[in-house]
Structures are given as structure tokens and as C-alpha cells.
Design a protein around this ligand. Structure first.
Ligand SMILES: [Zn+2]
Length: 116
């Protein structure tokens, strides 16, 4: 899973944030993850727990928010992407199949809560 690399980056950013703010501990990390990402909620936390051992981010709680997936069409319409039917997707307004992904691939840190 390529998410391993991303979780490592999340840890690095959280630690950096805590250090810049002279905090003693990272309490919570808020993530926004697109629906199209292959991840398992509990797996992200479990993996984070594993790699954060011995750091100031150890024990931090990861709060995940799912970002719905939409595709955009040249006509301006957004169409909800059904993961199970991604390749037959057509624009909900004009029926075009020339769509590109507008959202759903995010893996963003939206907040880091620290304890001073
Ligand atoms: Zn369209």
C-alpha cells in the first residue's frame, strides 16, 4: 500500500508542527481522505501507532474525514463517482464520458492538535 509512505509523511508533519509550537505531545491529527483512496480506517491508526512509538506523536488519535468523490465534465457539471462503476461513468448532465476526477484522491492533514 502506498498509503504507508503518506502516513509516514503525516507523522513527520505532526512532529514538526509540535516542535515549532514547543508542544510536548501531539494529541490529535485530522485527516481528509478521498473516497477513492485505498485505505482502511483502522489500518491508518494502527500503522500510525506503530511508526510513532517513541516520538512525541505516540498515542495521538487520528480523526478521519472522508471526502466524497466527484468527476468534472467540460460542461461544468459534477457527477458523483461510484467506486464500483468508475469506468462506465458518464456526465449526469450531458452524458459525456470525457470526465476527469475533481475530488476523491485527497490525503490531507487538515489539523494537528498539540498539548503544551
Ligand atoms: Zn457534461
Amino acid at each position: 500500500m502506498h498509503e504507508i509512505v503518506v502516513v509516514k509523511q503525516v507523522l513527520g508533519i505532526a512532529i514538526e508542527h509540535a516542535e515549532v509550537n514547543n508542544a510536548k505531545k501531539v494529541a490529535k491529527i485530522y485527516l481528509s481522505i478521498g473516497e477513492l483512496r485505498d485505505y482502511i480506517d483502522e489500518w491508518v491508526q494502527r500503522y500510525f501507532d506503530h511508526i510513532s512509538k517513541g516520538t512525541i506523536a505516540e498515542g495521538a488519535e487520528i480523526i478521519l474525514k472522508k471526502v466524497p468523490a466527484f468527476s468534472a465534465c467540460d460542461c461544468g457539471a459534477l457527477t458523483k463517482i461510484d467506486r464500483n462503476n468508475m469506468y462506465d461513468l458518464v456526465c449526469s448532465k450531458c452524458g459525456s464520458s470525457k470526465l476527469h476526477i475533481n475530488s476523491g484522491l485527497e490525503f490531507l492533514i487538515t489539523g494537528v492538535e498539540v498539548i503544551d
